[in-house]
Design a binder for this molecule. Structure first.
Ligand SMILES: Cc1ncc(C[n+]2csc(CCOP(=O)(O)OP(=O)(O)O)c2C)c(N)n1
Ligand SMILES: [Mg+2]
Length: 615
């Protein structure tokens, strides 16, 4: 469709991705003028968002973009895109991030001039590290000082607002006219959605938004400004990789950042089976391979490799990395500081967005052959060159043993196993997992089974990411479940209101150890190294006295909150009730009071090297 076309054409003929029908019924404006052409600068911005088929714009309001706000409500009729009101800019961006984790596509978020952007920075950084696309719209000014209101317009105007986020966005702009704003949106959308993907920031001058349009812009076909520019590998790269794969007797495939496509998923399985590769996946990102497939080496883990993965890497004569988040870190987990002699192929175009400010590129790994593209592009080519998929023997699906409550204190594993029992055969998308998660407790068998965590290690992303992913999953029949630490939950809890208001069913389980427990282990580490009392590790870490009523925090925002579960035998029945509530369309939050503690692998990794100082 064309930008600068008619506004708000008849709903049935609107060829755009619009909000879910039950969301579209909400927040309806009244007394709108009949459809007309853009009349103001911000109408052009709104019209372009529609032309780009952006279904939602998550926002927290601000005077700096009151022009755009008006255009979305009164010119577009608050649809395509529809506003999602958020109580904090961090949750607005986290919601856009969660949406992209499912769809692989950018939605928009709008944040107020500088102060809103400051709030949003944490979530933008998370999305950047997670390589997730989104259009972040901000505002400023008026840039013309003579037009500024006293005081407030001055403190909310910065000479270079994009500098706040420039180092962790793919691109930013501050267009000076409606025509330039339209172009900025097209370029931003194109860049954000082109691999390696990421957030872009477009800062809209208040005066430009609020000025009457002097003359109509010529219509354009936005599709012509979105040429496919996905990175690709040459035939020489594919041939060289195939020769190495054919020669390998013990290849290992490290699955990193991949899309949620089921075709891509099946192609990775076929490739691993064709070459007999052991496979290692990473709990920091969305799942990329069935974790209970016989070729999967041990359970998936986040920061530390499980022993089976280390053994597979040590035995490997070829390592094939598929856009690993931290390839060198994985190698270090198996080989220490010694650079392994094993040949290494890495399929990744990520280097295109590495910059000198952020070290999220991780340490430089040894790579013998680089395929400068995405795994989704390369794997089918490699598979075809290897002669295609082998006939598959169906892998028997292991049914989970029903959870048997033990008498001991509640642990994260009890939570996981009981939740799995309660969900039964339902298709579940885990939208977030806490650091304490043990990857052995929950197999992933579909690319939407696990969507990864917050990306940039910024605690507080769990609730917002869960709401955004649940938004994208609404109506698919999948049950979205976010499992959040209590620290994570409290930092992002106000995202719940947005889910309740917009009727986005989801379940959040708070893995409530009444502590920022990760950091207790860090204090233990320091105390051990310094021969100081480890018993004090909890001070400045425990979130108790008073314990937080997480269910109450949920109820206060209109969600169904379940009182703290403290006994193992209450887990399954409470989860069953919570799932029933979600299936009736509610947002449910269950507070589970677990003992502080991480999986053995994670604990050992975090305390590694401190043993000898005690000796
Ligand atoms: C924004 C932010 N603040 C602080 C930290 C440091 N940090 C890392 S993990 C963690 C604890 C998180 O607590 P919780 O979500 O309850 O998980 P737990 O460690 O207790 O399992 C903290 C404070 C961080 N990563 N991000
Ligand atoms: Mg905690």
């Amino acid at each position: 469709m064309t930008a600068q076309a008619k506004a708000a054409p008849a709903a049935e003929t609107l060829p755009v991705h619009r909000a879910h029908p039950s969301i579209r019924e909400l927040d309806r404006p009244v007394n709108l003028a009949p459809a007309n052409a853009p009349g103001w600068g911000s109408d052009v911005v709104a019209d372009t968002l529609r032309a780009l088929q952006i279904p939602y714009i998550a926002l927290n309001p601000g005077a700096s973009y009151r022009g755009l706000h008006d255009s979305i409500v009164n010119f577009l009729g608050n649809e395509a895109p529809q506003m999602l009101l958020c109580l904090h800019e961090e949750s607005a961006v986290a919601i856009a991030h969660g949406y992209a984790k499912v769809t692989g596509k950018a939605m928009a978020a709008a944040v107020h001039s500088n102060v809103g952007l400051f709030h949003a920075t944490m979530a933008i950084f998370n999305a950047w590290c997670d390589r997730m696309p989104m259009l972040v719209l901000g505002a400023t000014g008026p840039l013309d000082a003579a037009k500024r209101r006293p005081w407030i317009d001055w403190i909310h105007t910065a000479r270079d607002q994009g500098a706040i986020v420039r180092h962790y966005t793919k691109w930013d702009d501050q267009p000076a006219s409606p025509a330039a704003a339209r172009e900025a949106l097209l370029r931003g959308h194109w860049l954000a959605n082109t691999a390696p993907m990421g957030p872009v920031y477009i800062n809209l001058d208040a005066e430009m938004q609020e000025a009457k349009l002097a003359e109509p812009l010529p219509p354009i076909d936005v599709a012509r400004f979105m040429p496919s520019a996905q990175p690709s590998a040459s035939q020489r790269h594919i041939d060289e990789a195939v020769a190495l794969l054919k020669a390998a007797k013990h290849p290992v495939m490290l699955v990193g950042r991949v899309s949620r496509s089921l075709d891509g998923w099946n192609e990775r399985i076929a490739l691993a089976e064709a070459i007999g590769a052991k496979v290692i996946t990473d709990l920091k990102i969305g799942c990329g391979f069935p974790t209970d497939h016989p070729l999967h080496a041990g359970a998936p883990a986040g920061n530390a490799l499980v022993p089976e993965s280390i053994a597979a890497l040590k035995a490997a004569d070829l390592i094939l990395g598929l856009d690993c988040v931290d390839l060198n870190g994985v190698l270090r987990g198996a080989f220490g500081f010694e650079v392994p002699k094993t040949k290494i192929i890495h399929v990744s175009a990520d280097f295109q967005v590495h910059n000198g400010w952020s070290m999220d590129h991780e340490a430089l790994p040894p790579v013998d052959l680089m395929l400068p593209t995405t795994p989704d592009e390369a794997v089918p080519l490699l598979l075809a060159a290897l002669g295609g998929a082998k006939p598959r023997k169906p892998v028997p699906v292991q049914k989970a043993e029903p959870y048997k409550p033990s008498g001991g204190p509640l642990r994260v594993d009890d939570l996981a196993r009981a939740l799995r029992t309660a969900v039964g055969d339902r298709a579940v998308s885990l939208t977030h997992l806490p650091l304490s998660w043990n990857g052995a407790t929950w197999p992933f068998r579909h690319p939407l089974d696990f969507l990864g965590s917050e990306g940039g290690g910024g605690v507080g992303g769990g609730p917002g990411n869960t709401v955004g992913s649940a938004l994208a999953l609404k109506g698919t029949g999948r049950l979205p479940i976010g499992i959040c630490g209590d620290g994570d939950f409290m930092m992002g809890a106000t995202a719940i209101w947005t889910a309740v208001h917009y009727k986005i069913p989801l379940l959040i389980v708070v893995c409530n150890n009444r502590s920022f427990f990760n950091d207790e282990l860090h204090q233990e580490r320091v105390a051990r190294v310094r021969d100081r009392p480890v018993e004090n590790r909890w001070i400045g870490q425990r979130i108790s006295d008073p314990d937080i009523d997480c269910a109450g925090v949920a109820r206060a925002q209109g969600a169904v909150g379940f009182d703290p579960v403290t006994k193992a035998h209450d887990l399954v029945p409470t989860f069953e009730k919570a799932i029933a509530a979600v299936e009736q369309g509610h947002v449910a939050v269950v507070d589970v009071r677990v003992e502080p503690g991480y999986s053995a692998v994670t604990t050992a990794a975090m305390l590694r090297g401190t043993e000898k100082s005690k000796a």
